[in-house]
Design a protein around this ligand. Structure first.
Ligand code: FES
Ligand SMILES: [Fe+2]
Length: 347
């Protein structure tokens, strides 16, 4: 029985950090079960084509680049960045129509985004908003996590930070998170979940960031942009200084930028970065926060990969929904709707 699709194709997906795609090497990545070969043309433009040669399907990523074109390592066919075959060995003319599929690619917010679906719908204005990643009022850095689980398990995970209390008890979690109810709202392709915690003990991480004693007011505002981008607006301020009413000037604020692209139905590439709006020039703090966050996300990866194994072993068992899952429930409904719009037979 073929699996029902788990991801829409009419969406921009992050496939690499901008700095990972160059003019000398071909980068091989898998996105939505499609093998892709990526490189930069001499004019710096990023291109992405199917990583399977038109001739005998050898991966083009095994080959090399010449004048911005890829040369297949097997029999030397050449393809330009738009996928056209430009040279065939032992024949004067290229067979008409020979080529591989090329995909729209754009660079935004330090990432390369690919559109696998209907190219006429690939509007760069629809790239998810992660602008903090290159905004001069914010500083920080991130990493990529490759995980053996359905990308939607990370969506569930990030849409409900209750798990912080349990999975991340030693760093960012404390009982206030699990005990404070959340508010969920949604519109169009986005869902917002927020928790406002008043007058609580600061968890160790936040205590260190704030550098002030005493209780804090803490906020967590989670915004999902379908199908797989989630921006966390999180921070703390000394209790009673008005942060939850809008004056965050006494507090510290982080944005955790997450976009989790499906590789296959059960593996994903999770691009994240952690940016802050204080101590902008402090490179040591940037490295420290990046490594600390990488450790925290490792804790998630362990649980989610184990969860995926159980889902694989028990494919008919339901995933149940509690109050804490309101945000991820909404997010999954939007993803399902997007998939449904693509798979419905045309009228
Ligand atoms: S498989 Fe690529 S040239 Fe033959
Ligand atoms: Fe987590």
């Amino acid at each position: 029985m073929p699996h029902a699709p788990t991801f829409p194709l009419n969406a921009w997906y992050a496939v690499a950090w901008s700095h990972e795609v160059g003019k000398r090497e071909i980068l091989a990545r898998t996105l939505c079960s499609r093998p892709l070969a990526l490189w930069r043309k001499p004019d710096n433009q990023v291109v992405a084509v199917d990583d399977a040669c038109w001739h005998r399907l050898a991966p083009l990523s095994l080959g090399w680049l010449e004048n911005g074109e890829v040369v297949c390592k097997y029999h030397g066919l050449r393809f330009s960045g738009d996928g056209r075959c430009t040279h065939m060995p032992s024949q004067d003319e290229v067979s008409p129509g020979a080529g591989v599929r090329a995909y729209p690619a754009v660079e935004r917010h330090r990432f390369v985004w690919i559109w696998l679906g209907d190219p006429s719908k690939a509007d760069p204005a629809r790239v998810p908003d992660m602008h903090w990643n290159e905004d001069q009022d914010w500083a920080g850095d991130g990493k990529t996590l490759f995980a053996k689980c359905d990308y939607r398990l990370f969506v569930d995970n990030l849409m409900d930070l209750t798990h912080e209390t349990f999975v991340h008890a030693s760093s960012i979690g404390n009982t206030a998170v699990a005990e404070t109810p959340m508010e969920t709202s949604h519109s169009g392709n986005s869902v917002t979940v927020q928790r406002m915690m008043r007058d609580i003990d600061a968890p160790p991480f936040w205590r260190a960031q704030l550098g002030k004693p005493g209780n804090v007011d803490r906020w967590q505002i989670i915004r999902f942009e379908a199908p797989c981008t989630i921006v966390l607006d999180v921070g703390v301020a000394p209790t009673g200084t008005g942060a939850l009413e809008g004056d965050r000037s006494q507090g510290v604020n982080l944005r955790v930028l997450n976009t989790i692209s499906p590789e296959t139905a059960t593996t994903c590439m999770y691009f994240w970065s952690l940016v802050r709006n204080y101590r902008l020039q402090d490179a040591t703090l940037t490295a420290l926060q990046r490594e600390m966050n990488a450790k925290i996300f490792e804790e998630d990866r362990v649980v989610l990969e184990a969860q995926q194994q159980r889902i694989d072993m028990m494919p008919h068992a339901p995933l149940r929904t509690l109050n804490i899952d309101a945000g991820s429930f909404r997010a999954r409904r939007i993803i399902e709707r997007m998939i449904g719009e693509e798979t419905e037979p045309a009228a």
